[in-house]
Unconditional design. Structure first.
Lengths: 471, 400
């Protein structure tokens, strides 16, 4: 009896020691050299008059509205809940009054707009996390607190269902996408929150925590989780790549993926009892006057975030998220809770390049050596290239082979999988690894594609189809 | 710059649906995207920035890589011609003659192929695709100089329609379109595609510099000589009976199809393709390895009385269409195996088959064309096996 408890104590101790289990070197990938990276300074908190909650931000969520126009809401009041799993909720990030509920075609709920009150932000009665130890109870509490809508599950890359407990939870401590927020900077003072958040998640399932080789020590030193180190170009920071290297998702399994900002939020709530639905986001991109970080509540008006900070001498494209995976937005749109940055690039729709395909194009980026930009890249590795939103070519059938493999560091054959997805061949998709992937994993494939195939869209539609057919 | 944009803006309504020239919309569209990079921007649900590389640039790179072969082929056509008729001629004169002889083939191949492409694009209401840019340039390079133009036209039309368009166009074809053109010529008009008479032009080009072959002239290609030889080892010779060395074949001043003779020019093209990352080094290398190993095996253990088996392995690699096929045809990404492992197997088998056909089938002096066409069929099968093995590995993983 005594020996047994001694063993369990030792096991507990071991799990508390910070251990880098393994360093995984990612070779295939691409760091896109685009200008306008955010400088390491926080400009302060951006407050907009209204806050918007957009159901499209929560993939796989069937929204039901819990409030009416004119209702008073507090921080943490339920605004939306899932039709199929009512415990999965979207909560109000601010206190105020519901200004409007906007619906589109076939009464699709498009957004709920909340007018921010005078800042007397109050809290509703919400479940506390500290005392919980039961995995199911904890998962349900996280859903009630609105965190389930901020987490994603694989398969399908959708909002998690707290009724199906995951085999494991994966957290990526860095975002390697171009112009994304640097968590080393953003979260340097929130190590306690991160640790507390990871502890809460560890109550539900085994947590795998992946850091970059040069992540600073404080952020690496987390206990109660399995720490892995990744080294290499984007998409090394994509949680999908990390899952594939650490413990791949097999058919019938579910894993959850949680972003760092969400972990910090969960931790902050566990420690301080305060629900702070706020992100530190990078305002970045070549068309931003002063690329920098700002703090903003979920659903802040993008116009307020970008106020007086956009170079307006040409038509620009605003992206809610990063240039690879974000959604096109306008100043009237609202910041997605899943975005850790807002990027602004030139639209480029007025640019006519005469015989562009024959030119050397020194300043335009290509991962191949078909243009001359690689010469400049060799000469000065730090230089950035000119990007705009043009497709720079027309869509074709698959012509070149092996392009996707070069930027897809998983044990999955990307091209056969995409083809199976186009063909909507369920067996083949399953066999080739559709359960392991998310659209974002294919972003670089889409970027380098000679045939300009919209890979991410294909993957999203195929995952939705697969889910509909299988469930 | 603005002038061109304005011109297209003005012409747009005329060529759009309902316009007077709407029947030529695909032509207009193709021309416009040829001149101006389309400025459509990224659509919803995808990445917002793109690599500047597109299929036009990729295709044009292949054409650029083919230019050394084309230029050398033109010069060589003139060189062989003047040698054959026994007229002294300088470099430029030789080149000019070759240019006049080859240019009509190039023009016929492009005009016929592009006309079909434009028509089909207009009919299917799709955009013109660039695949034929490369095919049209390769066709003149892989046919004998004396192939009649009407045959080129018929063969090109057949290949574009039945090897490409019926499958859905560029990217969907199973067989390499240029090779189908050649195969069509080869099987339909054998007398014009083989033998001793077609590889060197003795007649005039545009009524210029015609002549009669000098005494002692034989127009057989080195591989033709090998195929018709009766003994074991054979001494190769040029059209006037002088001995041919490895270096001669490597440089390429020997009779043969227009662009395939010069290994050195092919290697320049190969370097360009590999450097730009357009062609797969795996396929290319494995074709040469497969060919070399098979030829070595024949050298060592092959039938002593078979001239092709006894031809030194390094000669196999520089003679005929072997090098050209390895660099420009086997690496066609659409018809080749598409998985990385598959490329090794695909290339290796092409090399092996090409030499096996050369050695063991006396009917065909050249095995490269048939080897690649045959492997075009098996490319998908190889991919299927590679994909299955990936699936098996994943299944095993999920059982653990």
């Amino acid at each position: 009896m005594q020996a047994e408890s001694a063993v369990s104590i030792v096991e507990k101790e071991i799990s508390n020691i910070y251990l880098i289990m393994n360093t995984i070197k990612i070779r295939r990938g691409l760091d896109i050299k685009i200008g306008g990276k955010a400088k390491e300074s926080i400009y302060g908190t951006v407050l907009s008059k209204t806050i918007g909650i957009v159901p499209d931000d929560y993939v796989g969520f069937t929204p039901k509205i819990a409030v009416k126009e004119g209702d008073e809401v507090k921080v943490g009041s339920t605004i939306l809940y899932d039709k199929n799993h009512p415990s999965v909720k979207v909560l109000s990030p601010v206190a105020g009054r519901v200004k409007s509920v906007e619906r589109g075609e076939r009464r699709k709920l498009e957004k709920v707009v909340i007018e921010r009150g005078d800042g007397h932000e109050q809290y509703e009665e919400l479940p506390r996390l500290e005392a919980m130890s039961d995995p199911e109870e904890t998962a349900k509490a996280l859903a009630e607190l609105g965190f389930a809508t901020l987490m994603r599950q694989r398969p399908y890359d959708i909002v998690v269902n707290p009724e199906v407990l995951p085999r494991a939870i994966f957290v990526s401590a860095f975002d390697s996408a171009p112009l994304a927020a640097d968590y080393d900077f953003v979260l340097k003072d929130r190590i306690n929150d991160i640790q507390a958040g990871l502890k809460v998640l560890a109550k539900i399932a085994k947590v795998y925590y992946s850091v970059r080789k040069d992540t600073f020590e404080g952020l690496k030193r987390m206990s109660g989780v399995t720490v892995s180190e990744f080294d290499g170009p984007h998409p090394a920071g994509n949680v999908g790549v990390q899952i594939n290297h650490i413990a791949p998702v097999n058919k019938g399994e579910t894993v959850w993926t949680v972003g760092m900002m969400t972990v910090a939020m969960i931790g902050h709530y566990a420690v301080a009892g305060e629900l702070e639905m706020k992100n530190t986001i990078a305002v970045a991109g070549p068309m931003v006057k002063e690329p920098r970080y700002v703090e903003a509540y979920f659903g802040t008006e993008i116009g307020t975030i970008l106020k007086d900070n956009v170079i307006e001498d040409e038509h620009v494209r605003i992206i809610n998220g990063n240039v690879l995976t974000g959604r096109q937005a306008s100043v009237e749109d609202y910041l997605s809770p899943m975005a850790n940055c807002v990027n602004v690039i030139a639209e480029g729709d007025h640019e006519d390049e005469l015989f562009g395909w024959m030119r050397p194009r020194f300043r335009k980026y290509s991962a191949s050596r078909l243009y001359c930009s690689w010469i400049l890249e060799k000469i000065c590795p730090k230089m950035t290239f000119k990007f705009d939103a043009r497709m720079l070519g027309s869509e074709r059938a698959f012509i070149m082979s092996g392009e996707y493999d070069k930027v897809f560091p998983m044990d999955i054959l990307p091209e056969p999988l995409v083809k199976a997805m186009i063909a909507k061949n369920i067996d083949r998709m399953e066999q080739l690894g559709a359960y392991e992937v998310a659209p974002e994993d294919f972003a670089l494939c889409e970027f380098v594609c000679t045939s300009k195939i919209q890979t991410q869209k294909i993957v999203r539609e195929a995952l939705d189809y697969l889910r509909k057919e299988v469930e | 710059m603005n002038f061109i944009t304005n011109m297209f803006d003005r012409l747009e309504p005329t060529f759009s649906e309902g316009g007077r020239l709407s029947a030529l919309h695909s032509l207009y569209d193709g021309f416009k995207s040829f001149m101006l990079i389309p400025n459509d921007t990224a659509k919803a649900g995808g990445v917002h920035i793109h690599d500047v590389n597109d299929s036009k640039r990729t295709m044009i790179m292949v054409v650029v890589a083919l230019v050394p072969c084309m230029l050398f082929g033109m010069w060589n056509a003139g060189y062989q011609h003047f040698n054959a008729i026994g007229v002294e001629a300088g470099f430029w004169m030789q080149f000019a003659f070759g240019l006049l002889a080859v240019l009509p083939i190039l023009i016929v191949s492009y005009v016929v192929g592009l006309a079909i492409e434009f028509t089909v694009a207009q009919w299917k209401k799709e955009e013109i695709q660039e695949g034929f840019l490369v095919t049209g340039f390769i066709i003149p390079l892989i046919v004998p100089i004396d192939t009649p133009l009407w045959m080129i036209a018929v063969a090109t039309a057949f290949a574009v329609v039945f090897a490409k368009e019926v499958f859905g166009g560029t990217g969907y074809n199973i067989f390499n379109v240029a090779l189908v053109t050649r195969a069509f010529l080869f099987f339909s008009y054998p007398s014009k595609m083989s033998g001793d008479k077609v590889w060197v032009r003795t007649r005039d080009a545009f009524w210029w510099q015609g002549g009669e072959a000098v005494d002692g002239f034989t127009g057989a290609t080195p591989l033709g000589q090998v195929a018709t030889a009766t003994g074991g080892e054979v001494q190769l010779h040029d059209t006037l009976g002088n001995d041919l060395s490895f270096m001669d074949a490597f440089i390429g001043w020997i009779p043969g199809s227009v662009g395939e003779t010069s290994t050195i020019c092919i290697l320049i093209g190969a370097a360009l393709l590999l450097f730009a990352g357009v062609a797969s080094w795996k396929t290319m290398l494995s074709v040469f390895v497969g060919g070399a190993l098979t030829a070595m095996a024949f050298n060592a253990w092959g039938p002593q009385d078979n001239a092709a088996a006894m031809l030194p392995w390094y000669m196999h690699l520089v003679l005929g269409g072997f090098a050209f096929g390895a660099v420009f045809m086997a690496t066609d990404p659409v018809t080749s195996a598409r998985t990385e492992t598959g490329k090794w197997i695909y290339g290796l088998l092409i090399g092996v088959l090409a030499i096996v056909i050369r050695v063991l089938n006396p009917g065909y002096a050249e095995g490269m064309m048939l080897a690649i066409l045959l492997m075009n069929i098996f490319g998908c099968l190889i991919d299927w096996c590679v994909i299955e093995s990936n699936i098996k590995r994943r299944m095993k993983r999920s059982k653990l």
